[in-house]
Ligand binder design. Structure first.
Ligand code: PLP
Length: 438
């Protein structure tokens, strides 16, 4: 390894092939708007919003200013037995934005913590209301709910789980509601596939008594697993089955939250209201770590009515409702509400057109889109799964665009400020790369 690579060994990088990266580092020195800037001054179009989070574009001046001012005013206060006004203001803003009666917000610092918080609340909720036999969770194949023990247990990405077993024992996974032969190249929600939800009813009828199930957790649109929009009617049916069996429905909106599908939450886009929403990422435009678990009045009131413990939920983080995060989130919501949520709806059609313009190009096996999200499946190279996706990612980077790949699936999710010409540049660059990709 080079001198530079040796000096890089102290940082054990997350979800990264460390040896490969350190032999050929991809570094950024700055960012502004739609672009990252490399140390040698090259601008790279960010079509993944950092990591599904920088929805308002990089260095958004109102967010930067809010963080700077907050740091000078009140750098830190815990929310254990004390707090600060912005935490309450933000909770109210989020409650107003969330669907239905999801009006109570528990703050944390990441999507992983939001998922684990949701699972803990779900189990405790049933126990507090005297139904403590409900301990089981049901996740879904290809679901991703972060890296905490709870979230990982309900996630459905096998390769991420293998090294860490045993995970939570009482977990089942529903199948991925996808069949390429029937749903390939769908625009938006596939028209068929609602019946995949029947697997939940089957599971409850044949394997697990409903009285043992605490919650079902799904991403409304599977994100990191490859961007799979839900078939029409699928989430509605999950909701019905959960309702009929007193099972809580959790939507993990860490990616879809804050406008990605055109409404503040995907729950609103699809017209299905869960009992709990988890969110993070776009909440602060990625500028300060923050996550939240937003729960219904029914859940909150159950905890508030308990008399066996003065602290209604024995859970929390040193940095819950951190002042810098609250300031960043409030400024971010201002920016979103000043037209960015609406912008997604306005440009989603152009985005969809761009995505499906790739049909027929070499190696393209399926294309999926919804809002400002896309999943692009490439045929794997024979005997080398993942190699083509990684090669395309690198060729895109060299051509000035940043994409993300998991094996041979590209996943793209640009900031909402992407200009129409930048959408065109992105798809024409990607088309060129695919034409030449070995
Ligand atoms: N849930 C979903 C749906 C996610 O996409 C992610 C991250 O990508 C997480 C949870 C975990 O979030 P974090 O990396 O902030 O812990």
């Amino acid at each position: 390894m080079t001198q530079l690579a040796n000096s890089m060994n102290a940082f054990w990088m997350p979800f990264t092939p460390n040896k490969t990266f350190k032999a050929a580092p991809r570094m950024f020195a700055g960012a502004e708007g739609m672009y990252y800037v490399t140390p040698d001054g090259r601008r790279v179009l960010d079509t993944i919003a950092g990591l599904w989070c920088v929805n308002a574009g990089h260095g958004q001046p109102r967010i930067v200013k809010a963080i700077q001012e907050q740091a000078a005013r009140l750098d830190f206060v815990s929310s254990f037995n004390m707090s600060h006004p912005a935490a309450f203001t933000l909770a109210n803003r989020l409650a107003a934005l969330a669907p239905g009666d999801l009006n109570h917000v528990f703050f944390c610092n990441s999507g992983s913590e939001a998922a684990d918080t949701a699972l803990k609340i779900a189990r405790a909720y049933h126990r507090v209301r005297g139904d403590g036999g409900r301990t089981r969770f049901i996740g879904r194949a290809k679901g991703y709910h972060g890296v905490g023990w709870g979230g990982l247990s309900v996630s459905g990405l096998g390769h991420q789980r293998r090294d860490f077993t045993p995970l939570l024992g009482e977990v089942d996974h529903l199948a991925l509601p996808y069949d390429r032969a029937k749903m390939g190249f769908s625009r938006g929600q596939p028209e068929t596939g609602a019946d995949y939800a029947e697997e939940l009813a089957q599971l409850l009828a044949t394997i697990h008594s409903p009285a043992t199930v605490a919650a079902v957790i799904v991403e409304p649109v599977i994100g990191s697993g490859g961007v799979y929009p839900p078939p029409r009617g699928y989430l509605e049916r999950l909701r019905q089955i959960c309702d009929a069996n007193s099972i809580l429905l959790i939507f993990d909106e860490v990616i879809t939250g804050f406008g990605r599908t055109g409404k503040p939450f995907a729950a609103q886009t699809f017209g299905v209201t869960p009992d709990i929403i988890t969110c993070a990422k776009g909440m602060t435009n990625g500028a300060v770590p923050m996550g939240a678990t937003i729960v219904s009045g029914k859940i909150y009131d159950t905890f508030m009515a308990r008399t066996d413990s003065p602290i209604e939920l024995l859970h929390g983080y040193t940095y819950s409702a951190h002042p810098l995060a609250c300031a960043a989130a409030l400024a971010t919501l201002d920016v979103y509400e000043d037209g960015l949520f609406d912008r997604v709806g306005r440009i989603a059609g152009l985005w969809e057109q761009g995505v499906h313009s790739l049909k027929g190009l070499p190696h393209v096996a399926d294309l999926r889109n919804i809002g400002l999200l896309a999943g692009i499946d490439l045929e794997p190279r024979a005997g080398a799964p993942g190699a083509r996706g990684t090669a395309v990612n690198q060729a895109c980077f060299e051509a000035g665009i940043l994409v993300r790949n998991a094996a041979d699936t590209l996943m793209v999710s640009p900031p909402f400020v992407i200009a129409e010409e930048q959408i065109q540049t992105f798809f024409s660059t990607l088309a060129n790369v695919l034409q030449q990709a070995p």
